[in-house]
Design a protein. Structure first.
Length: 398
């Protein structure tokens, strides 16, 4: 499905939206990702990794079902050689026999459940890592039973973020998907405004549902997360959930939303004023705008998440509103709406090219209103390239 670009009332041509029904990446891309992971597995000192986090399984195989596991063996060359115990193996249950054959054609498939136990029984001897964040206590007990009672010498080792560390750096196909997701969100907001969807008398809930439906009609599988539509005093609540509160003249209206396209999530926040703004509204909007520009400028290779956060936060603190900026500056976006790296106080994440992150400072005045301005973008060698193209200028809707 293609929707051609249009001119925004803010004087900028919005990008074309192109959404396809094809798989995001070819089989070869998934194989290259698994090869990178095998290197990380070998460097970590374990012999194999049992992957059970479904987002990580999608990243490594393309599988989009609700039950699966993947065994990555450090010595696996994926060249067709070796016996079954030496091959990377994929497991799902009988509901996904046909789907997995289509989505994961390049790996041996085991149709059995529970998937983690089935692959653990096929694992080689040695140290077998598991994803500590994704394994429940009950699942770990079942895995221990297999490790302790089987004929092979297996030791389970909890591992953290081996796959997530790879996912933090996006390949070209991922960045393309993120750009298309951002284009859907850009276009949906512009269409909402052009249709008069942000006006006194509508409720926050109506605005949020309207925006969600527009994103779906433009090709998003779903919103990236529950859309935030916050008006008046509610705009001072960073993660306000839409209610039946009615938009009124003089309100700030804060919209934090995104589109999911081919599994990848955009994230954008824009804040507008309905009818004539008060001086205090213009003041804090322009302050947040300066802070956001400082944060974007600091997103360069080699910078830490803490340093980038400080670049934006210092602008707000120096203006006397430090306590009113109550959250981190940003986060990674991709297959999840919040993923590595982190842009926040005390974050040691180091930026490298092709990381995709948000920059989203805010100032929130309880009982009055608040402003957040957020972009999604990609870090390149020459700095931060914004993917969300909607203008950030101070906008008053009549």
């Amino acid at each position: 499905m293609m929707i051609h670009g249009t001119w925004s009332p803010w004087g900028r041509r919005l990008p074309s939206v192109v959404v396809t029904d094809d798989a995001l990446v070819a089989t070869g891309t998934h194989a290259r990702r698994r090869a990178r992971l095998r290197g990380a597995v070998a460097r970590s000192g374990i012999d194999a990794l049992l992957v059970t986090d479904l987002i990580n399984i999608r990243y490594l195989t393309g599988f989009t079902g609700s039950n699966a596991a993947l065994l990555i063996v450090a010595s696996d060359s994926e060249d067709g050689g070796g016996d079954a115990a030496e091959c990377t193996q994929f497991c799902t249950d009988g509901r996904y026999t046909t789907q997995s054959a289509q989505e994961v054609p390049d790996l041996p498939r085991v149709i059995e459940r529970p998937c983690d136990v089935a692959l653990l029984r096929r694992a080689p001897e040695g140290l077998i890592g598991f994803e500590a964040r994704a394994v429940s206590v009950a699942d770990h007990m079942s895995m221990l039973t297999v490790a302790n009672d089987g004929p092979r010498d297996i030791e389970l080792v909890p591992m953290l973020d081996l796959v997530e560390g790879l996912r933090a750096i996006k390949d070209a196909g991922e960045i393309d998907a993120l750009q298309r997701a951002c284009a859907v969100a850009d276009r949906a907001l512009e269409d909402l405004i052009e249709a008069g969807g942000l006006r006194p008398g509508r409720t926050e809930r109506q605005v949020g549902l309207d925006l969600d439906q527009r994103m779906r009609e433009l090709g998003a599988s779903d919103p990236s997360f529950e859309t935030i539509a916050a008006a008046g005093a509610n705009s001072a609540i960073p993660h306000h959930r839409p209610t039946d509160a009615v938009l009124a003249a003089g309100d700030f209206v804060k919209l934090d939303f995104g589109a999911a396209v081919d599994g990848y999530h955009s994230d954008m926040t824009r804040t507008v004023v309905l009818t004539a703004p008060a001086d205090w509204q213009r003041e804090i909007y322009l302050l947040v705008e300066r802070a956001q520009a400082a944060g974007r400028a600091a997103c360069v290779p080699g910078a830490t998440g803490d340093e980038i956060d400080a670049a934006a936060r210092d602008v707000i603190t120096d203006a006397g509103y430090g306590p009113q900026f109550s959250h981190g500056l940003g986060h990674g976006v991709g297959l999840q709406i919040h993923e590595a790296p982190s842009l926040a106080r005390d974050s040691a994440s180091i930026m490298v090219p092709d990381m995709c992150v948000t920059v989203e400072p805010g100032v929130y005045l309880p009982g009055r209103g608040g402003v957040r301005i957020e972009d999604s973008g990609v870090i390149r060698a020459d700095g931060y390239h914004v993917l969300t193209q909607t203008s950030k200028e101070f906008r008053v809707l009549a």
